[in-house]
Design a protein around this ligand. Structure first.
Ligand code: GLA
Ligand code: ZN
Length: 677
């Protein structure tokens, strides 16, 4: 792929932060210090104005942009660019007082109070109108400024509203989706069950948010609608921004672990994907390298939404956050490692929330580059500055991308459907964790993996992993069949192909929609194990793998058995199978088997697909960014041990060292190797 620079004016990688000068307008001394210290910390961009509406417009129609224009100007003169937010993340009090319909309504029909943030009704015409007014003004005052390089739309979209307007829009959305034919909806949702049948779309109420949701079709469509409505709102902002400032790219910051919106749908509208990365580092439930692997998985989720260009890590914590269960500080050296991970995974930016700690309110103890102490010689400041230096050294990696040959299928509506299954165990479904564990297994082999929606093109890939692909979107089964018959290596697991997009079970054997022919197995039963239960997969080569949580009892339909169950009444029956199909192979892993014991299968898949893998020690994370003939290999030591990797050649552009053979990495160290030409 070609080099695709996100911000041509920034020669290299972005090192930025959320900056809230509006909280300090009565302290010009501090504002002046800010710029000096930003330069010292090698900051080259800030995100401005995210929650500034009440300062821009303290009462309706009264505008104050002087301070903003002055800030953008000062920053620009000092080589710092601005990503300007639309301030729709939080509303001023006058708006809610005068137009209460802008506030959300909860599922009990109760209007929410003014305050907090992100609590607006996305359907409200008044809210949309007021947002357009302020955006127009903002664009008028700042849009042509050479320092402004991007729009940051609202902030971390999320939540849902149950007001009459939203309910009506939901009903219209459904009528449209089911061709105005209520019997189609009744059939799709299996509504004869418990007398759920409707005779008109206007009878349909959203599912109750708290408590058991009994109509699964309704629940799933409500979630899809919430994305649709949020996206519709976001598009209204984008449309206006593109009219006012056609040259500026737009993004909005996605959140890690947020499952309420299908980001794949929203990604379509954005020029660049950005997200906020706040894993609980140094937690007490897993080794540090595993937390890093999980974070790498989420980077891959975001990166893969637009695989032809870099993404942005829009927020991360310089030291600590204030909202986790335990807000531990990053250990010395981890800031650099964590930030380098983002770049290694394809981000062209390392940005922070926040530049300076505010004196009061909800986030007063949230980490920042500048503490209440106000000094630029703190540990955190030094580490940020040091990172800024490092980013400059690897500036030529900007615009390069990761070209993965393996993909993992990950659908939001599949996740929602799995969460809604009445059956199995609510404690162990763990869709995200399972997807992540497969991603990690390939990461440990040095194989880059995209994480894509199942309706994306499979043509780029030689390997596809489909963990728990419970719900099949239309056409996916056929496309998987064609992928394998042309030589693709496909691996799916227990809980594949049970239901269609309305959650109606397939008849005639899971995995349905023809997949049982592709995999050569039919799943006859699924056993849910108690936490104290386990089983064993006994592989034909003599190796074994432990089984927890789920085990399907399989009937062979043409596949070859790779492993059998070791215990219980299904001892000796197939647990893992492979089916040669056309020019490729379809593997079926019928139980939650520990991934280490599947390693041999992963290697076999890679060999058959002609995908290179690497011998790297556990705890080293490897990525390769490339464009044309440029290649940058990143090695991250996600442990406290000194680790070495063999067969590395090239120059470590972080320290200028030439490596020819063994690369030794100190605790938390990163190397960025440019291949010798
Ligand atoms: C989010 C928000 C920020 C801030 C941080 C705190 O990512 O976008 O405004 O609240 O969380 O971690
Ligand atoms: Zn509403």
């Amino acid at each position: 792929m070609k080099k695709k620079s996100l911000f041509p004016v920034i020669n290299g990688l972005m090192h930025g932060c959320d900056y809230n000068p509006e909280q300090w307008l009565d302290r010009p001394d501090i504002l002046e210090e800010d710029i000096k210290m930003m330069k010292k910390a090698n900051i080259n961009a800030v995100s401005l104005g995210i929650f500034s509406w009440s300062v821009y417009e303290p009462s309706e129609g009264e505008y104050h942009f002087e301070w903003l224009e002055k800030t953008i100007d000062n920053l620009y003169k000092n080589g710092i660019y601005t990503i300007l937010a639309t301030p729709s993340g939080a509303r001023p009090a006058w708006l809610d007082e005068k137009y209460p319909e802008a506030m959300r309504t909860d599922c009990y029909g109760q209007k929410e109070h003014h305050g907090f943030r992100h609590n607006h009704c996305m359907s409200s015409p008044v809210y949309r109108e007021k947002v357009s007014n302020i955006i127009r003004k903002l664009a008028e005052h700042t849009g042509g400024h050479p320092g402004v390089i991007m729009w940051h739309i609202s902030n971390e979209f999320g939540g849902e509203c149950y007001c009459p307007l939203c309910v009506k829009r939901f009903q219209d959305y459904l009528a449209d989706k089911f061709d105005n034919d209520i019997s189609k909806l009744n059939h799709a949702w299996w509504n004869t069950f418990w007398s759920h049948n409707y005779s008109s779309f206007c009878q349909i109420e959203p599912p109750f948010a708290n408590g058991e949701r009994t109509n699964l079709g309704l629940d799933l469509e409500w979630k899809r609608f919430t994305t649709w409505n949020m996206n519709d709102y976001m598009k209204s902002e984008i449309k206006l921004l593109k009219e006012l400032t056609p040259g500026l790219p737009v993004t909005t910051n996605f959140m890690q672990f947020y499952s309420g919106l299908d980001y794949n749908v929203m990604a379509e509208e954005l020029d660049v994907i950005s997200w906020d990365s706040y894993p609980a580092l140094h937690n007490d439930s897993e080794p540090f390298y595993k937390t890093m692997e999980n974070n790498s998985f989420y980077h891959a989720v975001m990166r893969s939404m637009k695989r032809d260009r870099p993404f942005m890590m829009m927020e991360s914590a310089p030291g600590l956050v204030n909202w986790q269960e335990y807000n531990k500080v990053k250990r010395p050296g981890v800031h650099k490692l964590f930030s380098m991970q983002a770049v290694a995974c394809g981000s062209d930016t390392v940005q922070y929330f926040q530049w300076r700690k505010g004196r009061g309110s909800f986030e007063q103890y949230h980490g920042a580059v500048i503490d209440h102490l106000g000094k630029d010689d703190t540990r955190i400041f030094e580490e940020v500055k040091d990172l800024g230096d490092a980013l400059k050294k690897i500036s030529k990696t900007a615009g390069t991308v990761i070209e993965a040959k393996a993909a993992l299928l990950y659908d939001w509506d599949n996740k929602w459907a799995i969460e809604d299954i009445k059956g199995l165990s609510n404690n162990t479904k763990n869709y995200d964790a399972v997807c992540c564990s497969f991603y990690s297994a390939f990461l440990r082999l040095g194989i880059e993996m995209d994480v894509i929606a199942s309706d994306r093109d499979f043509a780029n890939y030689g390997i596809i992993i489909a963990p728990m692909l419970y719900m099949l979107r239309p056409g996916v089964a056929d496309r998987l069949e064609s992928f394998v018959s042309k030589g693709g290596q496909l691996l799916a697991t227990y809980l594949t192909g049970y239901v269609d997009i309305n959650q109606l079970c397939y008849l005639g054997g899971f995995p349905g929609d023809g997949l049982n022919k592709l995999f050569g197995v039919i799943s006859e039963e699924i056993d849910t194990l108690y936490p104290s239960d386990s089983n064993l997969a006994k592989f034909k080569d003599g190796s074994e793998g432990s089984i927890k949580d789920y085990a399907e009892i399989l009937r062979l339909n043409g596949a070859e058995v790779l492993a059998e169950y070791g215990y219980d009444f299904y001892k000796g029956t197939p647990a893992v199978t492979a089916h040669s199909y056309g020019k490729g192979t379809a593997y079926y892993v019928g139980a939650r088997i520990c991934n280490d014991s599947l390693r041999r299968i992963f290697l076999e898949m890679a060999e058959k697909a002609g995908i290179e893998y690497k011998k790297i020690p556990l705890g080293i994370e490897y990525h390769k960014r490339t464009a044309g003939r440029e290649n940058y290999e990143f090695y991250l030591n996600n442990t406290e041990d000194v680790l070495s990797v063999e067969n590395v050649t090239g120059t470590n552009i972080l320290n200028g060292q030439n490596i020819d053979g063994v690369l030794v990495l100190e605790k938390y160290e990163t190397a960025v190797i440019e291949a010798s030409k």
